[in-house]
Design a protein around this ligand. Structure first.
Ligand code: NFS
Ligand code: SF4
Length: 656
């Protein structure tokens, strides 16, 4: 139950720049999520625990002492299970829509239509093709691409029930494929699974909570597939990220520049706007500005940070505050995690909110239909709107917090392998497995996920990460969690000195010495692996560790944490992490405890079946303890199993 006292405090953030903006706008009537959260209290406990059903319009049905079932007879476990599957579906559909969009741009290139896009990373194209047994030798880039795009399209649309997802089959260890087959959750394709799941959650369909949970996991595997396709194709199109150095937080805004925030998720839009902005300096100068500055918000910010070194401005929760600096000329958005509230805030300033995608519009915003076949022309139109807005800026409203921190980002798995390979050339990943085997590192933790006003903005991310660093856990991050770490100065070499335990420090020192001069900076405390779809890069890391240790993934000392999870996408990502063997902490209570049965499946039965499981823990210090305990259990077990294998001269036991 939330503490009522803390809910009177509007300043629910530890980001000093966000605090400064909130303070400077106190009482000026501009309303943000921080205010609306307070207005929303107390939130409905039926919805909060998952026992409110609105699946049919006889509802809403809520479970009370008097009414132990819905009008149709649905028990709490059915209602909670069905709501869970609907959440996973929302996340999966969002990621897969993103993946389809990139695939459609690739289709245009593959078919030889004129396009402002072209292949940047032909090596990655060949690597992906080879992974899927597509011939590479003696074939043109176009021919290879056509086959890769054909396969990607099939991953979405296949109806044949005997053929299973190739992206799943080829990117995880064989034991995980077998597990999915044994449990009957191996997807044939994304669209088929989404339709099945929507049908399954219709009124009067599935009432069996176990069946609903298993379908949630199957759907979440489609999320994994759609995300992996997004990452792979984005790398082919825009390049596989390599380390990039820049700054993060509001202090990256320049008073004398036309400032453009790129907000949303898909690199298809943001990459081309960055290109247009770089070409339109003269137009900006003619309007009296020094230059054009693109900055990133949320995951499209991560995409252009990883590949173009564009500075990240802020993460999900503080998106409205970016406008309240008075120095934001345009906020260009594509899809997902865009608060409708930005438009009302923008109307108090000169900022133009520019929506671009047919299924993500905001009333009263500018809408530029981002037609990819005329991408550069459209991007120039967008940048022009920003330049026009700059002329309308009211200098008396400009107040930019002078807060920023150095960020070293751009760590695709390929970039990580390059760095690890400097101390372990024969097998880069062995640098990590050796350090874990020797006890120097306690394991690896992925920080992913959003911000959520139910907990203090950025606070849980910061506390858990620094606590794990102190305990020698190697840290990687994506999404808005990475946004926190960049803003708060945890993504640079100084943070290693400040927060890492002795083992982690020694490991980083070896890496830095072996990679001297490569980046021109010391490596960061937390490795930024990209946007949320790039959680698949992090899972490829798990797979690489499992292959190196020659074990299934539930044995690998790798945990995940979403301390401030908010979106349906976070639910679907968490669900595939668990299915694919990763203990996963969630720092905000999901709407599940209304059914102790479904809750028990998530927390315990999942572990028995899949080896991964959920941990709900709102207290960040307790969460850090639980994550460490999960890592310790795995390193200890692996040691015991290895000793047994050596003694009896057999392979390491497959059980966990
Ligand atoms: Ni992930 Fe990235 Fe952020 Fe959450 Fe939203 S931007 S896709 S969903 S809020 S991390
Ligand atoms: Fe109520 Fe059943 Fe309809 Fe849900 S599906 S709203 S529980 S009658």
């Amino acid at each position: 139950m939330a503490d009522k006292k803390k809910e009177k405090n509007r300043n629910r953030t530890i980001d000093p720049a966000a605090l400064e903006v909130l303070a400077s706008c106190e009482g000026n009537g501009v309303e943000t999520a921080y205010d609306r959260y307070l207005n929303m209290q107390p939130q409905c406990q039926y919805g909060d625990t998952g026992i409110c059903c609105t699946i049919c319009i006889q509802g809403p049905c809520r479970i009370t002492k008097k009414a132990s079932k819905g009008i149709c007879g649905a028990a709490p476990y059915t209602i909670v299970g069905r709501n869970l599957l609907r959440h996973v579906l929302g996340g999966t559909a969002a990621h897969c829509d993103h993946g389809m969009h990139i695939t459609s741009v690739m289709r245009e290139i593959a078919d030889g239509h004129e396009s402002d896009y072209s292949i940047t990373d032909s090596d990655k194209l060949k690597r992906i093709a080879t992974k899927f047994d597509i011939a590479v030798e003696g074939r043109s880039e176009q021919e290879i691409l056509k086959d890769v795009v054909d396969l990607a399209e099939e991953e979405f649309s296949r109806l044949d029930k005997r053929t299973y997802s190739k992206w799943m089959e080829k990117t995880v260890v064989p034991e995980r494929v077998q597990k999915a087959m044994d449990c009957n959750i191996m997807p044939n394709s994304i669209h088929k699974t989404i339709a099945e799941s929507m049908a399954q959650t219709h009124m009067g369909m599935d009432a069996d909570p176990v069946n609903l949970v298993f379908q949630s996991l199957k759907t979440s595997l489609c999320d994994y597939i759609g995300m992996h396709i997004s990452t792979d194709l984005s790398d082919i199109l825009f390049g596989t990220p390599t380390p990039a150095v820049t700054d993060a937080n509001m202090g990256v805004l320049e008073e004398k520049n036309v400032n453009i925030a790129l907000h949303g998720h898909n690199p298809i839009l943001s990459e081309i706007v960055v290109r247009a902005a770089r070409e339109m300096q003269d137009e900006a100068k003619a309007a009296g500005a020094d230059d054009i500055k693109c900055v990133g918000i949320c995951c499209t910010g991560n995409e252009v940070l990883m590949r173009q070194g564009v500075p990240p401005l802020t993460n999900f929760l503080s998106q409205e505050l970016a406008i309240m600096t008075g120095a934001m000329d345009a906020m260009v958005v594509d899809v997902q995690c865009i608060m409708p509230g930005i438009q009302a805030v923008a109307e108090c300033y000169h900022t133009k909110v520019i929506t671009t995608i047919p299924n993500a519009k905001i009333p009263s915003s500018y809408y530029v239909d981002f037609d990819e076949t005329r991408a550069l022309e459209k991007a120039r139109e967008i940048v022009n709107l920003a330049i026009e807005a700059y002329k309308e800026r009211d200098p008396s409203k400009v107040s930019i917090p002078q807060i920023k921190n150095k960020v070293i980002a751009g760590f695709s798995l390929e970039a990580m392998e390059d760095i690890l390979g400097a101390i372990s050339p024969e097998s880069p990943i062995k640098a990590v497995t050796d350090a874990v085997d020797s006890g120097e590192l306690a394991g690896v933790c992925l920080f992913a996920g959003c911000n959520n006003l139910k907990v203090f903005h950025d606070s849980s991310h910061f506390t858990i990460a620094t606590e794990l660093a102190k305990n020698n856990v190697l840290l990687v991050s994506t999404g808005c969690a990475a946004g926190t770490f960049g803003k708060l100065g945890l993504m640079n070499g100084d943070a290693v000195e400040k927060y890492a335990g002795d083992g982690l420090k020694a490991f980083m020192k070896r890496l830095n010495e072996a990679n001297k001069g490569k980046i021109g900076e010391d490596l960061p405390l937390i490795f930024h692996m990209g946007s949320c779809v790039d959680n698949t890069r992090c899972y490829d890391f798990v797979t690489a560790l499992a292959e190196q240790w020659k074990v299934d993934t539930p044995k690998v000392p790798f945990v995940a944490s979403a301390p401030e999870a908010m979106s349906e996408k976070a639910v679907s990502i968490g669900s595939w992490c668990v299915t694919l063997g990763v203990p996963t902490h969630v720092g905000v209570m999901p709407p599940i405890p209304g059914s102790p049965l479904v809750d028990g499946i998530a927390l315990q039965i999942a572990q028995d079946v899949y080896g991964g499981y959920f941990m709900w823990e709102e207290d960040p210090m307790e969460a850090a303890k639980k994550l460490l305990a999960a890592l310790q259990e795995r390193t200890w077990k692996m040691k015991v199993h290895k000793m047994a294998a050596e003694k009896y001269e057999t392979a390491v036991s497959e059980t966990w």
